[in-house]
Design a protein around this ligand. Structure first.
Ligand code: GLU
Length: 309
């Protein structure tokens, strides 16, 4: 049944890794999340590692308590049990595994970066940045550096950026192989906190992967392009050795379109309502991401076998 050959993969992965499942509670879980969970739990158990659950609710405008409750409940229904940051702990109250409870950690990391003198205030709006960047078609918008030398204060009500100096980051993705990325060319100076006070995904994820001791990041291929900048930022924050990254194929709808949180037909809630069992949902996600050849029921205990465990 295994379609991923763990022995060669194992050489690229940390022994007994600490990895994470890190949903943003900005919507309900769908099969894309479940596919990621199959990889995360499957690889961690195949290697005798641990999974931590982290609620990435850094965007306070888009995150909702009802989505958080649903994420925890759907994970329990699927039988996916994290070793750290359990649903019971998270429901109990503030937790180091819920980003909105960890403002102090993000402030401390920001202070450390400010001491490096690579941080500056920025009052650009998204519209201004897009206008200055011009027509990029499908490319990512690169911050053109307008505020870098303006001497704006690093203060509330202002965006906060960190300089991405020229130079490439190289890494070996455990599935995709060697990669080289130049953050200065891809995205320019990174936004750490926006003007409304939200910590950004890039900043929060790097701070958290470091403080949680994550040494293996397993996530979908849509995040590959963020990896170089995250390695750079981690180094600027004093992390000597970045985590190993494994980016897996995304699952697609039968019509080939990318899944989104609004895809009603692939939502875990909808599948549950339609009578699917947890094993069927896990099996469907594993099938749609190419881990098994045909749809089949899969129990959480069977996940390591997909990775040679
Ligand atoms: N919170 C992100 C998401 O829901 C995952 C980030 C990551 O794995 O680095 O897509």
């Amino acid at each position: 049944m295994a379609s991923l050959d763990l022995p060669p993969l194992r050489r690229r992965l940390p022994p007994r890794p600490i990895t994470r499942f890190a949903p943003s509670p900005t919507g309900f879980l769908h099969l894309g999340h479940v596919a990621n969970a199959v990889y995360v739990w499957g690889i961690a158990s195949a290697l005798g590692g641990r999974v931590l659950l982290r609620l990435e609710d850094h965007d306070r405008g888009r995150s909702r308590p009802e989505y958080e409750r649903a994420v925890l409940e759907d994970l329990e229904w699927l039988g996916l049990v994290p070793d750290v940051g359990t649903p019971a702990e998270l429901r109990h109250g503030p937790s180091p595994y819920r980003q909105s409870d960890c403002d102090d950690s993000f402030r401390a990391a920001l202070d450390a970066l400010i001491r490096t003198e690579w941080v500056y205030g920025c009052d650009c709006t998204r519209k201004e940045i897009a206008a200055e960047a011009g027509d990029l078609r499908n490319e990512e918008t690169r911050y053109p550096g307008r505020c870098r030398d303006r001497g704006l204060p690093v203060a509330e009500g202002q965006g906060i950026r960190v300089v991405m100096a020229e130079g490439a980051e190289t890494f070996t993705d455990a599935l995709l192989g060697a990669a080289t990325q130049s953050p200065a060319e891809q995205c320019g100076d990174l936004l750490l906190r926006d003007r409304t006070g939200n910590w950004t995904y890039q900043f929060a994820v790097v701070v958290d992967d470091q403080r949680h001791g994550v040494d293996l990041v397993v996530r979908g291929e849509d995040l590959v392009s963020s990896t170089g900048r995250q390695i750079r930022l981690a180094r600027m924050l004093g992390r000597a050795r970045p985590p190993v990254f494994l980016h897996h194929p995304l699952i697609r709808r039968p019509d080939g379109a990318k899944l989104s949180k609004s895809s009603g037909d692939t939502g875990v809630r909808e599948l549950r309502r339609a009578g699917a069992s947890p094993g069927k949902v896990l099996g469907q996600a594993a099938w749609l991401t190419g881990l098994i050849e045909r749809p089949a029921e899969l129990s959480p205990a069977a996940l390591p076998s997909l990775f040679g465990g």
